[in-house]
Ligand binder design. Sequence first.
Ligand SMILES: C[S@@+](CC[C@H](N)C(=O)[O-])C[C@H]1O[C@@H](n2cnc3c(N)ncnc32)[C@H](O)[C@@H]1O
Length: 286
Amino acid sequence: MTLQDSAKGKVYFIGGGPGDPELLTLKAKRIIDSADVIIYADSLVHPSVCDSAKPDAHIIGSKTLTLDEISALMVEAASEGKLVARIQSGDPSIYGAVLEQMRLLEAAGVAYEIVPGVSAAFAAAAALKTEFTVPEVSQTVIFTRLEGRVAMPRGEKLRDLAAHGCTLVLFLSITRINGVVRELRAGGYAEDTPVAVVYRVGWHDEQVITGRLADIAPKVKRAGITLQALVLVGAAFDPDIRRINAAQTTASSHLYSSDYTHLYRRAVDFGKSAAAQRNANDDREG
Ligand SMILES: C[S@@+](CC[C@H](N)C(=O)[O-])C[C@H]1O[C@@H](n2cnc3c(N)ncnc32)[C@H](O)[C@@H]1O
């Protein structure tokens, strides 16, 4: 009989957010509060996310463990009927290495569920006070990384993706910032393209560095940042993006515009609304 059949223990993959425990979801916190075993990615997840654990919860850092060791811990605990919280950094779906853990749980017949979390990418947008998708600037976001020990799939090298010129969020790449800049140039980004680096967003020692493609690498070197940082590229990270003139003339969404009709609100200026009305079914969220 499998564990699922006998409704025994269960594993929850939990998005632990970028570091600030207040960015845990209510569901994540509820599971952490009642977990018997907590295995957390202690290289990137702040230990305070475990502060509300039961006094007798078994709390284990996973940074020195192998996949097999982590899986063995999860399977053993679940087979004893325990509730296991496996806390990943940010959101588990982005470079979370969760698929291989799920495969092993499936093979062992262990029930599991995923609780999404706040990716460092979204916390970085908040720290930079910007939006990844700015009308007339970029309507597309690419989450990617510089090629490392693992080869990128065809068409996904940074220079290929850079050719789109849209908002780019680079994980796992800060150690090779010179390589990042080289690839971005090869992909066609101009020297004055805004680039931001956010180090340990949500932690007490968070650092934000802003610059341009031409000067970001020396700025990062000077700051001594070598890990746990995101590189964010594109016009959305222009420090002037929030200035009222720029925002009103080129970079405002139709969504809250008074002359734009959508599913939930009619335009104030009905003369302009016919074309907008045609778009209403495509742009439903208000
Ligand atoms: C294995 S990936 C995990 C990403 C995570 N699943 C997420 O959604 O944020 C680790 C990389 O995410 C980025 N990262 C994770 N936490 C971060 C933080 N608090 N601040 C800045 N970057 C972070 C860094 O690029 C780091 O190298």
